[in-house]
Design a protein around this ligand. Structure first.
Ligand code: NAD
Length: 253
């Protein structure tokens, strides 16, 4: 049996692909020859430029605000109208709100749960409905977190959403594995993106975090791409319901 990471002929949907981890994942999937629908509420110009510089898979931008589930069917429909297929869904878009638990507001609770968990579920549902109707296999990759395993501090809705996402990944894997849909997650460690800017700008938190990472450095977004390509490819066909840490060894500590 030949092990293949090749994604040629496949179409991927990546949410929050304009920056950070989503951008790196989109570029990595295109580098493995997938066509990629870049979904989000911001300009995708930087990601489009990076993909076209590689000269591999092509891309489409879909404007969508994922703070509600209103655009989810349109994301699938636009992808199908563009490429005629949708094989891979990467639920990457996510937000974080920081405050002590005693001060945390309902607005910060709802905003994070809506983007990080509710929309992920309903977009996955729309994607799976399409695959199941066509009797086609597919791959869903959820971007979880170390807070899928640990508690953290000052991010109650984020921890609840990412812990919930790990459970949702397992539930969807159980329901859809038999239909040829692999549902898995990646748990990034501490990566250099907007999401962690506040931590990196706080000298005490920065050195405490760095001192605990066995690899000795903050993750660089491009260090996540290989795991995404693996979970999107035939190489992971018998893998269902895992949450794969890509964390420089943080959880091994
Ligand atoms: P980021 O803030 O750079 O990117 C977040 C992405 O989500 C952006 O593209 C943003 O536009 C998009 N997004 C947010 N709200 C949206 C909305 N309402 N509609 C559409 N798009 C929306 O941060 P990142 O670190 O690249 O985060 C990507 C994912 O990785 C998130 O789910 C985050 O929780 C997760 N994560 C990041 C780290 C890290 O260390 N950076 C660690 C663990 C998990």
């Amino acid at each position: 049996m030949t092990i293949s990471f090749d994604l040629s002929g496949k179409t991927a949907i990546v949410t929050g692909a304009n920056t950070g981890l989503g951008q790196a994942i989109a570029v990595a999937l295109a580098g493995a020859d997938a066509d990629v629908a870049l979904v989000g509420r911001s300009s995708m110009a930087e990601t489009e430029a990076a993909i076209s510089a590689e000269g591999r898979g092509k891309c489409l931008t879909i404007q969508a605000d994922l703070s509600t589930i209103e655009p989810v069917q349109d994301v699938i429909d636009q992808t199908l109208a563009w490429s005629g297929r949708a094989d891979i869904l990467v639920n990457n878009a996510g937000i974080i709100r920081r405050a002590d638990a005693v001060d945390f507001t309902e607005a910060d609770w709802d905003a994070v749960m809506d983007v990080n968990l509710k929309t992920v579920f309903f977009l996955s549902q729309a994607f799976a409905r399409h695959l199941i109707a066509k009797s086609q296999p597919g791959k869903i990759i959820n971007i979880a977190s170390l807070l899928s395993f640990q508690g953290g501090i000052r991010i109650p809705s984020y921890t609840a959403s990412k812990s919930g996402l790990a459970g949702l990944t397992r539930l969807l894997a159980c329901e859809w594995a038999g239909k040829g849909i692999n549902v898995n997650a990646i748990a990034p460690g501490y990566f250099e993106t907007n999401n962690t800017e506040a931590l990196r700008n706080d000298p005490d938190r920065n050195s405490a975090i760095l001192g605990r990472i066995p690899a000795g450095h903050w993750g660089r977004p491009e260090e996540l791409g290989g795991a995404a390509v693996f979970l999107a490819s035939a190489a992971s066909d018998y893998i269902h319901g895992v949450v794969l840490p890509v964390d420089g060894g943080w959880l091994a500590r």
